[in-house]
Design a protein around this ligand. Structure first.
Ligand SMILES: [Fe+2]
Length: 211
């Protein structure tokens, strides 16, 4: 099956296995990751689209169902993990791809799904693009999402040279982490160490780039 048909079949299947709202968001993330991929990784569009389609496959599972998958797959859970159930779906989705969607079980796709919620230190370019697409897709109307989308596109990254373009992606991600961390602080919810590590790494990169 050619790439387009594989994605079409996956989209079709997802349309009946998730709520309409989740499906709409998923499709918008796919569209957004294409826009980002055309700017940053034009030869990786298939991987990006597949990851976008798969990123929220378990988002609507109950906490118990997530915990069952953690147990079945032998995934460890720390006390902090248990306090942040919103991050479960990235791990369970990544863990289920090989079994449920073996035709998409590629490391690059799975890692984009795995890290799309918290980020991590040493994110790959593709991981960053899926993470960002999930934050700024057009179905998102929250103030911070609109702010980040405008920050990213108003600077016209498509017209930048390679160095400027990557710096702009880095700065966009830093802003996203700053907003996420500040939201979580005001909600009083735990913050994943992966998110701090992702942010700190990018902030250090920015500092050394300006020296
Ligand atoms: Fe999402």
């Amino acid at each position: 099956m050619i790439a387009e048909q594989r994605l079409e079949a996956l989209r079709e299947e997802l349309s009946s296995s998730m709520s309409e709202k989740r499906f709409r968001h998923t499709v918008e993330v796919e569209k957004m990751v294409v826009r980002l991929g055309e700017i940053y990784a034009p030869d990786q569009i298939f991987t990006l689209r597949a990851a976008a389609l798969l990123h929220d496959i378990t988002k609507e599972y109950s906490p118990d169902r997530h915990l069952m998958i953690f147990a079945q797959k032998g995934l460890s859970l720390t006390r902090e993990d248990l306090l942040a159930p919103k991050t479960f779906h990235a791990r369970t989705a990544a863990a289920l791809i090989a079994e449920q969607y073996p035709e998409f079980a590629e490391d690059a796709i799975i890692s984009c799904v795995r890290w799309h919620t918290t980020g991590r230190r040493g994110m790959t370019l593709l991981e960053k693009l899926v993470y960002l697409a999930d934050y700024i897709d057009l179905s998102r109307r929250f103030e911070n999402c609109v702010k980040l989308r405008n920050f990213f596109f108003d600077a016209h990254p498509e017209a930048m040279n390679d160095t400027e373009r990557l710096s702009h992606l880095r700065d966009t991600l830093i802003l996203s982490y700053d907003m996420t961390i500040s939201d979580l602080l005001s909600e009083g919810t735990p913050i994943s160490p992966d998110t701090f590590e992702a942010r700190n790494e990018l902030v250090s990169e920015r500092a050394s780039a300006s020296i």
